[in-house]
Write a protein of this length. Sequence first.
Length: 364
Amino acid sequence: MNELCRRSPGGGSVIPAKAGIQAGAWGSILDSGFRRYDEWGGRLAHYSGDQVLKRTKTKPLPRVAVLSRSRRLRIERPRIEGLLRAQSPMKACAKVLPSKVLRSVSAFSVPLWLILLLVPMPIFAAPIDESKVIDLSYAFGPDTIYWPTAESFTLTAVAHGQTPAGYFYAANNICMAEHGGTHMDAPIHFGEGKATAEQVPVTAGIGPAVVVDVREQAATDRDYRLTVADLQAWEAKYGRIPPGAIVIMFSGWGARWGDKLRYLGTDARGDVANLHFPGFSKESADFLVHERDIDAIAVDTASIDHGPSQDFIVHRTINGANKPAFENVANVDRLPASGATIVALPMKIAGGSGGPTRIIAVLP
């Protein structure tokens, strides 16, 4: 296996090209394949040997073309590299490829590195460390907090018990408003002509968490509005807010969940004149929409606008930019300021202005 292969510029057949290569160089070749895959997304990528091998006693590789399958190789890579270092290329190949493939490879003098990059490999999902998964959703039940004018959650049992056939069966009907508990505000909520719940891309709820801690400010002002200065202070510590981020206001209001009076400022049905809780400011919403590339914002309170708001300008700004928002987010106190990944999956209601949402975070 001391031949390399290259493809003619138009695609065509594989043409052998002489070149000496040492076993220690295979790791470099794999590295190059991985880099090229990341850069070109698996398309045919051309590069020259001197970009692959840094310092070897062999002459540089001829110009070659590699169709990388690095995503399939990531799990197998450590085993492949170990085999390449310890054994001859063909023996190493025998450890990871079917014998029928190897016979074809030998007949056409196809190099090992090209085989490893082209042949599909088994894909194994990496195990999830469950200790790093945080539930950011409140359960729906009779005590779920809704907007004062909204219908609360009700569950009506349809069946619960043994059937005449001798097996257990349970089923319920549920009824609730869209905007209560942990939920999404779809862009249509305050953005005329914007996306309804089922039109919001699933990726809009997946992104890096930017957790802005304003507990100190909210402790002295229950109607506090997160400012641009708060966002800039976060960036001074952790760097620029990343593209696709979900920016979460952490006011500490989650400790009040379950107590409607303390959480909303009122427990009277229909009372929207005495609402008190923190939210975002208009200026911070403008900043995030126009100067940063976020996917969504979220709060651990009942609304992205602070309680006394009458014009709902933050909703109008965020939803008007065709971006969703998430409200009544639970367990924000368990998130780091930076490094977690949010996954928010709202109920896919056709024509909906929002809906109940299961949100999790995966810690770094």
